[in-house]
Design a protein around this ligand. Structure first.
Ligand SMILES: [Zn+2]
Length: 264
């Protein structure tokens, strides 16, 4: 299915069935410009193997792994998932220290480090919705050329994940290509980003700055995705409402599932 990007249109449909799903945190844009507070902790962390991650990311990962293995692609390892703010600080400071040890000035080391390691607060790992995966324990761009890397590139959106820092979008994400870093954002959003080759930054921009509606699906069964600056209390039907930022005042993304009644 190809999503249709459209400016606001009047749509005449009969509303038959609107799904309701809680999505807190799932669509938050977290990066250097939109950091998480130091005291942010996900409320739905669960243990899985040797890591912790948010419940929806865990459920989706298990389904994805099972589909992958049933298609003959094996050996995917989950390297890491949730990280505390403090842990991210440690990783970032270690990277800065290794660059200053090479003789780089502190400010330059900070800037360079931030292209490969997110500074504390800017890491999606603090959300519990980001996963690093590998086949041999190494987080390497070579992973993209492995069967597992290729399978994820083509299929992870079917389970609600995106390759968050793609090869062709490093100027937008400001992060080097990381084929091993998956972010859970839910199936409709992930599929639209995959089909339209968008980053999460661009998706938020299109919805919130240009106020586009996105229609995704078939003409008689589709999702209408829109943005509102304020919590949409005027919805007369249930809808899936996503916060876009951990702090209030940043607007909401709304998904309405619409099915046209062809029998009327
Ligand atoms: Zn990662």
């Amino acid at each position: 299915m190809k999503p249709i990007f459209a400016m606001i249109l009047m749509l005449s449909v009969v509303l038959l069935n609107i799904i309701t799903v809680q999505g807190s945190g799932v669509l938050w844009l977290v990066n250097k410009d939109n950091p998480l507070p130091a005291d942010f902790h996900p409320v739905d962390l669960v243990e899985y193997r040797h890591v912790k991650l948010s419940q929806p990311a865990k459920d989706a990962f298990i389904k994805m792994l099972s589909a992958m293995e049933s298609e003959g692609v094996t050996g995917l390892r989950l390297q890491s998932a949730y990280r505390t703010h403090e842990h991210q600080s440690t990783i970032f400071n270690r990277k800065v220290a290794s660059l200053t040890a090479q003789g780089k000035a502190y400010e330059i080391a900070i800037e360079e480090a931030s292209h490969t390691v997110q500074p504390p607060g800017a890491s999606e790992h603090q959300l519990g919705l980001a996963l690093d995966v590998s086949i041999n324990g190494e987080l390497s761009q070579k992973f993209a050329d492995t069967p597992a890397g290729q399978w994820l590139e083509e299929n992870c959106h079917r389970f609600g994940f995106i390759i968050r820092y793609p090869l062709t979008k490093t100027e937008i994400t400001n992060i080097v290509y990381e084929p091993w870093h998956l972010r859970y954002i839910g199936i409709p959003h992930a599929t639209i980003l995959y089909e339209e080759n968008l980053t999460l930054e661009e998706y938020h921009h299109y919805l919130s700055s240009i106020f586009m509606y996105i229609v995704w699906g078939d003409s008689d069964d589709y999702y209408l995705i829109s943005y509102s600056d304020v919590f949409p209390d005027n919805l007369d039907v249930d809808a899936e409402v996503f916060e876009t930022h951990p702090q209030s005042g940043y607007g909401y993304v709304i998904i309405q599932h619409k099915i046209q009644d062809t029998e009327i």
